[in-house]
Design a protein around this ligand. Structure first.
Ligand code: ADP
Ligand code: MG
Length: 696
């Protein structure tokens, strides 16, 4: 620990005598013994009788008490599944998958049989499934087809304290479902103690059942001065702990994948430079990590060596890790926040809340007394951190939610029963966006286009693009592009072979469009019979491409159900660009300098990323549309396509009201400041209109 931290320094000596709990855990226990050791097992009967007597029950218990893995099994064992499935929602995909696998193990079956999971684009259930773990987004979509959720006998809304956007919307919907279906059991679980709010939401008389915890004391050490570089500081602390002699695994929190990768690399690097250092298993965990690597964090490291797990806030409460005695908390997390400047959601790094900080430190005391090193000062904790994280519904774009609620015939969104209502401004902005996409009509009703859009598990922009493509005769191509965009990384650049990887990538590049470049990769892969070897040879992720193909097949199925034609435009790729332009017109930008653009609507600067296909093409197109902005050193546009000024003028009449049809006149008009002002005022007027409509 040492000189950089304040805290009880005698604690370490005291700890070495207290390792009983740890060694007890380190012993191999049978699965039955493990289940019976969990705190929830001690109150199994009591809890079940509360659930039997009440329609809605709030269950509060510390992380690791067995809420997620045991509640579903208890209900199953008690015969609740005779009248329907038991559904358990998770805010995170990784948690849904990993917990379903664990429960399948505990039940001695293959995942996908009696116990399965469903996440977007991946359904691992069968007709035998009676316990279904899923993301909250999946259950929300199921409400569309089955408003009363008749397939289920019980729903467990897990991790409710997270207050994810979808969970919050589910709260409002399930409150009504419970009113209509007296046979449905609803269980809401939370890892934090302030569950009264949930109880009040369901009418006050809803019982809160607390699972008595079994936790050990955690010593909290605050930094004397704030760390300048939290990655360096965390690495240094991890090495100090590792060389310090006492046993126990470590957990380091980092805001995102990039920081996690750097942290892991630095720890390995530092240790390899030390001759006498004992071995250490360095294990990352974040949502995009392949699932076989994710599973490693739960396994014993070879030879019983110490583990250090470097995680996003998925390890805060969603996944329970045993054996952690040291937590290193830099005090940051990534949150999705609507950024009015760029007009869309962006992932940004924020200080965590006090509630999160306390959850994080708690992770050190699950299996024995532990220590949490906070890389921030006590004053920062007290004065600069919010008490609790702002619920997602109050900080993100709501276009998807609005679309969904509208199609569930919740017409008056401003009076929907939210636990915490989103700011009206956010709601109206989202409605405005949907109106510009023609998903809502002038008085805020769902249009036919909007109804079709809801069918796709995609962001409104992308579902609109698919629908437009049908009319334009390029749905085959657009389907591929949308599928490629739904998967994170297509290309890889191994260390030491960057030049070769870049050269291969360049061969795929379609000069005027990153979207078409993605299309090109897929088409070539298809020509090569979807070969994995072809992927490896071309520095393309084979797993990602396999996923793209699955996503594409699923979207294609939805199109078939909707009787939407799949047609190819052959080599007429200009049509595809036109189609892209038609849904991305709110993300249109005009050339201002070399590699520098400004958003036509907001005027904010945005830049071509050096990895874009347009970067090396020798000239910069006057107008482009982009998929999204990522904010790193600059605001970089990601996935960019060159577009024609005329298309913009045609496609976005709300933004670019252009009477003339001749290209040059339009271009001139688009460039003039006056037009920018006009567009602004038109938007404002339209927004006022919408407000008026809502008020009536
Ligand atoms: P809670 O939901 O109350 O936080 P869980 O039900 O997730 O608790 O975890 C209970 C126990 O199940 C954990 O302490 C851990 O021992 C075990 N466990 C959970 N998930 C896994 C997993 N993926 N692999 C191995 N063990 C697990
Ligand atoms: Mg849990």
């Amino acid at each position: 620990g040492g000189e950089d931290f304040r805290g009880n320094h005698q604690f370490k000596d005291h700890m070495s005598g207290e390792s009983e709990a740890v060694s007890e855990f380190a012993m191999e226990k049978s699965i039955k013994e493990q289940r019976e050791y969990l705190p929830v097992f001690a109150v199994r009967q009591k809890l079940l009788s509360v659930i039997r007597e009440n329609q809605v029950t709030i269950v509060v218990g510390e992380t690791g008490s067995g809420k997620t893995t045991q509640l579903t099994q208890y209900l199953y064992e008690e015969g609740f599944t005779k009248s329907g499935m038991i559904g358990c929602t998770q805010p995170r995909r990784v948690a849904a998958m990993s917990v379903a696998k664990r429960v399948a193990d505990e039940m001695g079956i293959e995942v996908g049989q009696e116990c399965g999971y469903a996440i977007r684009f991946e359904d691992c259930t069968s007709e035998n499934t009676v316990i279904k773990y899923m993301t909250d987004g999946i259950l929300l979509r199921e409400c569309l087809g089955d408003g009363d959720l008749d397939q289920y006998s019980a729903i467990i809304m897990d991790e409710a304290h997270e207050r994810s956007l979808n969970t919050d919307v589910l709260f409002g919907l399930l409150r009504d479902v419970v009113g209509r279906r007296s046979d449905l059991k609803l269980i809401v679980t939370s890892a934090t103690m302030d569950a009264e709010k949930f109880s009040l939401f369901f009418g006050g008389s809803t019982p809160c059942f607390t699972i008595p915890g079994r936790t050990f004391p955690v010593e909290i050490m605050h930094a004397k001065t704030a760390a300048e570089d939290y990655v360096d500081a965390a690495v240094k602390q991890a090495i100090t702990i590792h060389l310090g002699g006492s046993d126990g695994d470590m957990l380091i929190f980092m805001p995102g994948q990039e920081d996690i990768e750097v942290t892991c690399a630095l720890i390995k690097d530092k240790l390899s430079g030390l001759d006498e250092a004992p071995p250490l298993a360095v294990l990352p965990i974040y949502s995009q990590l392949p699932s076989d690597l994710q599973a490693k964090i739960f396994q014993r490291a070879p030879g019983g060596m110490r583990k250090v797990i470097v995680a996003t806030n998925i390890a805060e409460t969603s996944l329970t890790l045993d054996g952690i005695l040291f937590v290193i908390d830099p005090g940051y997390c990534k949150l999705k926040v609507y950024n009015p400047r760029i007009g869309m959601d962006a992932l940004q790094i924020f200080p965590v809340s006090q509630a999160s900080a306390n959850q994080r430190s708690g992770r050190a005391g699950r299996t024995g007394p532990g220590i949490c090193y906070r890389l921030y000062t006590e004053r920062q904790y007290k004065d600069e951190m919010l008490r609790a994280t702002v619920p997602e519904i109050q900080r993100t774009n709501l276009a998807n939610v609005v679309l969904l609620l509208k199609s569930l015939a919740v017409d008056d969104l401003l009076s929907f029963h939210f636990m915490d209502a989103p700011p009206q401004e956010n709601m109206l902005n989202s409605m405005f966006q949907l109106w510009t996409l023609k998903a809502l009509d002038n008085i805020g009703r769902l249009t036919d286009v909007g109804r079709k859009m809801v069918e796709f598990p995609l962001d409104p922009t992308l579902s609109k693009m698919v629908i437009t493509a049908v009319d334009m005769g390029c749905s085959d191509e657009v389907l591929t592009i949308v599928s490629m965009l739904s998967v994170p990384a297509i290309f890889f650049r191994p260390k030491g072979r960057e030049d070769e990887a870049d050269a291969r990538k360049e061969k795929f590049q379609v000069p005027e469009s990153d979207h078409l470049t993605l299309l090109n990769v897929y088409l070539q892969w298809r020509t090569h019979k979807y070969s994995a070897k072809w992927c490896a040879d071309n520095y393309v992720h084979a797993k990602a491409m396999k996923k793209v193909r699955e996503v594409r097949a699923q979207l294609k199925e939805i199109m078939a159900e909707q009787k939407m034609a799949i047609t190819s435009c052959g080599t007429e790729w200009d049509v595809v660009r036109q189609c892209i332009c038609s849904s991305y017109f709110h993300n249109a930008a005009r050339l201002k300098g070399i590699g520098e653009y400004v958003n036509v609507r907001t005027g904010i600067p945005c830049f071509l990323h050096p990895t874009s296909a347009l970067f090396g093409m020798g000239f910069m197109p006057d107008y482009v549309c982009y998929h999204e902005l990522i904010m790193t050193a600059k605001e970089y546009m990601q996935n960019v396509t060159a577009v024609d000024a005329v298309w913009l003028a045609e496609q976005g009449p709300m933004f670019y009201s252009v009477k003339e049809t001749r290209g040059s006149a339009i271009a001139k008009r688009l460039e003039s400041v006056r037009t920018l002002d006009e567009m602004e005022s038109e938007m404002k007027m339209a927004q006022k209109e919408m407000k008026k409509v809502k008020a009536e």
